[in-house]
Design a protein around this ligand. Structure first.
Ligand SMILES: *Cc1c(COP(=O)(O)O)cnc(C)c1O
Length: 345
C-alpha cells in the first residue's frame, strides 16, 4: 500500500493544530496554559485529546496496541474522518454494497465524494468480480459492513480477504454488531494488512448509544494521519468517563449479549409460526430482517399498537421487509402478540 498516494495531498502535508494539552504532557501543580476556568467543577479542564485511558482499556480487551486505535464521536465521526482524510471532494470515489448502512452514502454526499455501488448478491454476499471491475484508481475506500445492516448476516471471510489483497485502496470493515456474531472479528488480520481498517462502537452491545463513542482500528501510520484531521477534543470528558466505567465491566456486556442472543432465537422461532411472516433471514446481529406479506400495512398496524420497527421495503433487495431489533423478553412478546393479531385480521 502506498499511503502517500491514497491520502489527500493537503492532509498529507497538513501541520496539525497543537493544543495546550499537546505541548505539555505529564503532571504539574499549576495549569495556566489553556485558558480554562480554574475553579473545579469536575469538568473545567479540557479532556485528553487522545483518550489514552479509554484506549488502554480497549487495547487490553481487544489485544490491539493503543497505537492502532482512534476514537471518534460515534462511528459517524469516524466515517466522516475517513472521507476527509482520503477522498478529494469532486475527484475521488468510494464503493458501497447495498443494501447496507445508510451513513456511508450520506457522509460521502456531505463530502462531495462519488459513491459507486455494486449490490450484494441475492444471498447478501459480496459480488467480488463486479466490485473489482467497478473500482478505478480514484476509488479510495470500500465499505464492508459485517454483520451487515439491515440484512443481519455476516459477509464471507474469504471474500473480504480477497478484496483486501486485490484492492489497492483501503478496505473499511464495519463491525458495529460483531459482539452478536458467531463469526470472528477481522481484528486478527490488522497486523497483516496495512490497508485494512476496522470500525467498532459502544452503541450496540455495550449499551451506550447516547455517549457517542466510535472506534477505529488501523495501521499506526493511518491513525497518525487521521489524528491530524480530527478535532482536538472530539471525545468529551463525560463520554470518556462513561466508556471507562462500561469497559471495566465486560461481564455486564456479555450478560446482555447472551440474553439478546437467547431472545433472538426465541423470536426467530415465534416469527416462523406467524402467517404474515414469509421469510426470516439468518441473523448474526441484534436484529432480524423478515420478509412479510405487506410491510407497509404491518408497519402501520404495529405503530397503532405503539410498536415501532423499521420498514426497509424501499431498500434494494429488501422488498416487503421489516427490520426488527431484538428487545427485552417483554417487548418481544408484545411484538409477537401484535403480529399474531394482525395475521388474524
Ligand atoms: C448502529 C451502527 C453503527 C453505530 O454508529 P455510531 O455512530 O457509533 O452510533 C455503525 N455502523 C453500523 C452499520 C450500524 O448499524
Amino acid at each position: 500500500m502506498n499511503l502517500e498516494k491514497l491520502v489527500r495531498k493537503n492532509i498529507w502535508s497538513l501541520k496539525p493544530y497543537s493544543s495546550a494539552r499537546d505541548e505539555f504532557k505529564g503532571e504539574a501543580e499549576v495549569y495556566l496554559d489553556a485558558n480554562e476556568n480554574p475553579f473545579n467543577t469536575g469538568l473545567n479542564r479540557y479532556p485528553d485529546p487522545y483518550q489514552w485511558k479509554v484506549k488502554d482499556k480497549l487495547s487490553k480487551l481487544k489485544n490491539i496496541s493503543v497505537k492502532n486505535i482512534l476514537l471518534g464521536n460515534g462511528s459517524d465521526e469516524v466515517i466522516d474522518l475517513l472521507y476527509r482524510t482520503f477522498c478529494n471532494p469532486g475527484i475521488d470515489n468510494v464503493m458501497i454494497c447495498p443494501p447496507t448502512y445508510g451513513m456511508y452514502e450520506v457522509s460521502a454526499n456531505i463530502n462531495d465524494v462519488l459513491v459507486k455501488k455494486v449490490n450484494l448478491t441475492s444471498d447478501f454476499q459480496l459480488d467480488i468480480k463486479a466490485i473489482l471491475n467497478a473500482t478505478d484508481d480514484k476509488t479510495k475506500l470500500i465499505f464492508i459492513c459485517s454483520p451487515n445492516n439491515p440484512t443481519a448476516n455476516s459477509i464471507n471471510k474469504n471474500d473480504v480477504l480477497t478484496l483486501i489483497e486485490k484492492f489497492k485502496g483501503i478496505i473499511v470493515v464495519d463491525e458495529a454488531y460483531i459482539d452478536f456474531s458467531k463469526e470472528q472479528s477481522f481484528l486478527q488480520y490488522l497486523e497483516k494488512y496495512p490497508n485494512l481498517v476496522i470500525m467498532q462502537t459502544l452503541s450496540k452491545a455495550w449499551g451506550l448509544a447516547a455517549i457517542r463513542l466510535g472506534i477505529l482500528f488501523a495501521h499506526h501510520d493511518i491513525i497518525q494521519i487521521i489524528n491530524k484531521v480530527k478535532p482536538p477534543y472530539n471525545v468529551n470528558e463525560l463520554t470518556q468517563k462513561a466508556a471507562m466505567e462500561a469497559l471495566s465491566n465486560v461481564q455486564q456486556k456479555e450478560q446482555w449479549v447472551n440474553e439478546i442472543l437467547q431472545e433472538r432465537k426465541n423470536m426467530e422461532h415465534q416469527l416462523s409460526e406467524i402467517n404474515c411472516v414469509k421469510q426470516i433471514y439468518p441473523s448474526n446481529a441484534n436484529f432480524i430482517l423478515v420478509k412479510v406479506t405487506d410491510a407497509k400495512a404491518i408497519y402501520n398496524y404495529l405503530v397503532e399498537q405503539k410498536i415501532i420497527v423499521r420498514d426497509r421495503s424501499s431498500v434494494t433487495l429488501c422488498e416487503n421487509s421489516l427490520r426488527i431489533t431484538v428487545g427485552t423478553k417483554c417487548e418481544n412478546e408484545k411484538l409477537i402478540k401484535a403480529l399474531k393479531s394482525y395475521s388474524k385480521k
